[in-house]
Design a protein around this ligand. Sequence first.
Ligand code: PMT
Length: 226
Amino acid sequence: ALPRDLEGVRVVISAGGTREPLDPVRYLGNRSSGKQGYALARVAAQRGAEVTLVAGHTVALPDPAGATVRHVSTALELREAMHAEAASADVVVMAAAVADFRPATRADVKIKKSDELPDPVVTLDRNPDILAELVRDRRPGQLVVGFAAETGDEQGSVLDHARVKLKRKGADLLVVNAVGDGKAFETEDNSGWLLAADGTERSIPLGAKAQLASTVWDAVVGLIKR
Ligand code: PMT
């Protein structure tokens, strides 16, 4: 049995991917299945938390037992739901894969192909950084947990990028997932690192997404108790 160490704690978790519409039938999206965010919600509820899950698009997943689920589609809808729920939360976790950009215009009718007209060019507008906003607006004592989906490049390793992101976003905890090559997105298992604002870093071995969720909640309980 899991410890009931989140009893009386109200947590809000985002999961899944956002869809940014181009026209009534097409969208820009990403590969998030929602499994990691749902596992966080399930484990938190099992540990006694009062859980609200703000779910974007996911593969078919059952609502986590004991959680309240709000379904959203776009980044702007996810933003509105997270701000509303965070206003009364003790812990906020952003596991959703939020689109950084959305099509600047949304056509009212299906975009047609035409031999007379040039092919369309999609212009993108930047979506708000919801995690940064939640950090900015946080209530006294509220903990904010971010995720980072990173790939290494010439500028630095996955961890180098994640350390910069933790500072820039100002979260208390950042879960870092290496992505690409079939990792993290859509899988049953996940691994990575857990970085804390105090500079503590630990690696999370590959295991079920529920296992990674437990590691995150252990760290949250540690921070709440201080
Ligand atoms: O859903 P699964 O298939 O189980 O996969 C899980 C996962 C890989 C999607 C998940 O573990 C994960 O890493 N989620 C975060 C993905 C992501 O968007 O990372 P990012 O590095 O682009 O964003 C960093 C953080 O800012 C995230 O907490 C994200 O929710 C948040 N963000 C990003 C963009 C934006 N406009 N607003 C945000 O709040």
